[in-house]
Write a protein that binds this ligand. Structure first.
Ligand code: FE
Length: 219
């Protein structure tokens, strides 16, 4: 474990946070969004279930598919992978993924000897252009605190058993610096196309709380 010596600056706006992510009451944009949501539901203009489904779509489908394309390209194109590791934001922007919370993305390569995982200990900084909205657990107090104290224990709860011989590195996101994990390419995928490979790349594998799927584990 490393990279926890510094104090970082989380002095950015928090309209990405859900209620409950902080002890403080809602304020500013979050309060307005909550008020608007309540009003729309009260007036019968929005079905809360539909709203949940919409959020789920962005959390688990739309956003992370961008990151998956970045990872798959890095797996098949060594020159792209080199650019990605040297200048994450720039290489990601080559594929058209840019914007809010994506300015400075550092890509962390998992190897047979190093497993990277990402947290935001103070709030919920997350690389939006490649992963979409952060999942609820990413913003939860237990994940934010326990990942630092016991990363291997947290990984086990996600079903990821990292051998003692593999170093686990925990990276703390900030407003200025966000991280994307480049998971290891699974064995037995040599024959697969870039599009097929992208389907193996899960959201969690790009946060470091999962591995890429094997061809057999694909759904
Ligand atoms: Fe943060």
């Amino acid at each position: 474990m490393s990279d926890h010596g510094h104090h970082h600056d989380h002095d950015h706006d928090h309209d990405d946070d859900q209620p409950g992510a902080h002890d403080a009451p809602l304020s500013g944009p979050a309060l307005k969004v909550k008020a608007l949501e309540s009003l729309l539901i009260d007036k019968g203009l929005v079905d809360p279930k539909a709203l949940d489904e919409l959020i789920d779509t962005y959390e688990t489908k739309v956003g992370p598919r961008n990151g998956a394309r970045v990872v798959a390209k890095a797996w098949v194109d060594p020159a792209y992978k080199k650019r990605l590791l040297e200048n994450g934001g720039g290489a990601i922007a080559e594929l058209g993924y840019r914007g809010r919370q994506g300015e400075d993305i550092v890509v962390l390569e998992n190897t047979p000897t190093v497993h990277n995982m990402v947290v935001c200990t103070l709030c919920s900084c997350y690389p939006w252009p490649v992963l979409g909205l952060p999942p609820v657990w990413y913003k939860s107090a237990p994940y934010r605190s326990r990942t630092v104290i016991d990363p291997r224990g947290v990984l086990r709860e996600f079903g990821v058993d990292v051998p003692e011989s593999v170093e686990v590195r925990v990276w703390d996101s900030t407003a200025e610096l966000r991280y994307l994990v480049l998971p290891e390419r699974p064995a037995g995928t040599e024959h697969m196309t870039e599009e097929q490979l992208a389907e193996l790349v899960t959201r969690d594998s790009m946060i470091g709380t999962g591995q890429a799927l094997t061809p057999a584990g694909r759904r």
